[in-house]
Design a protein around this ligand. Structure first.
Ligand SMILES: Cc1cc2nc3c(=O)[nH]c(=O)nc-3n(C[C@H](O)[C@H](O)[C@H](O)COP(=O)(O)O)c2cc1C
Length: 426
């Protein structure tokens, strides 16, 4: 049991490290409090990067609702339950994980830090917390997984207009040792995001966040078809030159070769043509099902009827999520949507949730409402922005310690003991 490695619970060791570190004069760069973490990251990020990471759809009311939803539930601790030894371990699809949280797929992580996905992969591996590789990663899954040893990883898929590309991604994820496929359903097109629109900045147009694509043999072939036709040279302006330089930097191979080649532009054009399929329907899922024996989870479910359909279509799990409020403004918060979905699923398949998790007590509440695990998103991205791999590692340790303490102090020794009995709505 990882949390008992040195006899003392993980959370006690973490607190000791922090307090003793300060006595020894060590300086911590990662604030514990979420708002301080966000503000510290803002100092390290470009305006475009901060807008992309912090921003959400429309007037950002969904993002606010994600937080407000948690305050509607209060934890009601139980006493005298011998919580000297607590076990935060969970099992999902037959795999054991040390704590009930995974790292959400976050695209274009190089906007936060040049170490990007590779830094996150190493931090996740060092803490044995599963990392869900994004389809929009800045570093390809092969590079990340080769730095992770046997530690757990999943792959998140956006369904391309090309089924051949979908198949290629799934095969690569299998070869990389991914333990599950997460199919994200809520981003068949990009939400209306005022912060990015006001800065006129979309990273993909600069060749950022397309590493899974440009490293893919099927995609490279598609690039050479009419999908990638980028024969028209762009009008040369200061900003088009900057964009061409960025595309050349972000494309695999040598910078000077890339600058003279059409391929970086072809890659961006092909990506825009094929990254997503808005015409996707429930019937398409059988194709994905036929491709792999890995568990498939649908991410972006908010309606109990869709949860029911996921089960009917042979899916293995769902992730209740509104994409951190980035897609539909005025949508239901994920934590509000959770109870009805749990009721509908009735234990048939695992239910995970994300959107708004900012502390150990948020994790606890989601689990008490019936979630099997949660996904951490922006918090680790801010840790990455502040100090790369080390920053992510610190965030992971803090969330794990906070969760373990919340669990113990509420009178629960194991994750399975956490139940609605420990929660009251106000
Ligand atoms: C900058 C950013 C990029 C994201 N990229 C992806 C992605 O590539 N694929 C995906 O399924 N979800 C993506 N998400 C959504 C996250 O997986 C997760 O649902 C969300 O971050 C949860 O909200 P929270 O971080 O506010 O808790 C992204 C979120 C952010 C903030």
């Amino acid at each position: 049991m990882a949390s008992k490695a040195s006899g003392k619970p993980f959370s006690r060791r973490r607190q000791t490290d922090i307090f003793l570190g300060s006595l020894k004069g060590e300086k911590r760069t990662i604030p514990i409090d979420f708002n301080k973490l966000r503000l510290a990251a803002k100092e390290h990020l470009s305006d475009e990067a901060y807008a992309y990471i912090a921003g959400s759809a429309g007037r950002e009311s969904t993002k606010r609702a994600n937080r407000d939803g948690f305050s509607q539930w209060k934890i009601v601790p139980r006493m005298l339950n011998d919580v000297s030894q607590c076990d935060t371990e969970i099992t999902l699809f037959g795999n054991r994980y040390p704590a009930p949280f995974l790292l959400a797929p976050i695209g274009v992580l190089d906007m936060a830090h040049p170490g990007a996905d590779l830094a996150v992969a190493k931090a996740a591996a060092s803490e044995d917390i599963p990392f869900i590789f994004s389809s929009q990663a800045s570093v390809d899954m092969e590079t990340c997984s080769s730095a992770m040893g046997n530690s757990p990883r999943w792959f998140q898929l956006y369904w391309s207009t090309s089924n051949e590309l979908v198949e290629s991604f799934v095969r690569r994820a299998e070869s990389c040792g991914c333990e599950a496929i997460v199919l994200t359903l809520d981003t068949t097109m990009l939400g209306w995001r005022p912060r990015d629109l006001d800065l006129d900045y979309l990273p993909f147009l600069r060749g950022r966040g397309i590493a899974q694509y440009s490293s893919d043999p099927v995609f490279q072939r598609l690039m050479q078809t009419e999908l990638g036709d980028a024969d028209e040279p762009p009008k040369l302006t200061w900003s088009s030159i900057k964009a061409l330089i960025q595309m050349a930097k972000n494309y695999p191979g040598g910078f000077w070769n890339n600058l003279l080649s059409k391929d970086p532009r072809r890659a961006v054009k092909t990506f825009i043509e094929c990254y997503s399929r808005p015409s996707l329907t429930w019937d398409d899922l059988s194709f994905l099902r036929s491709l792999t024996d890995l568990p498939i989870l649908l991410k972006g479910i908010l309606n109990p009827n869709d949860a029911k359909k996921a089960i009917e279509h042979d899916m293995d799990g769902i992730i209740v999520s509104n994409h951190g409020g980035r897609q539909v403004d005025g949508a239901i918060s994920a934590i509000e949507a959770l109870p009805n979905i749990i009721k509908e699923v009735n234990g048939d398949i695992p239910v995970l949730m994300d959107s708004g998790i900012r502390s150990g007590s948020d994790m606890y509440k989601a689990i008490a409402l019936g979630a099997d695990a949660v996904l951490l998103g922006r918090p680790y991205t801010y840790g990455l922005g502040i100090s790369g791999e080390q920053g992510v590692r610190e965030v992971l340790k803090n969330y794990r310690a906070d969760f373990e303490l919340t669990m113990a102090l509420s009178g629960c020794r194991t994750v399975s003991e956490i139940s609605e009995e420990h929660l009251e709505s106000v």
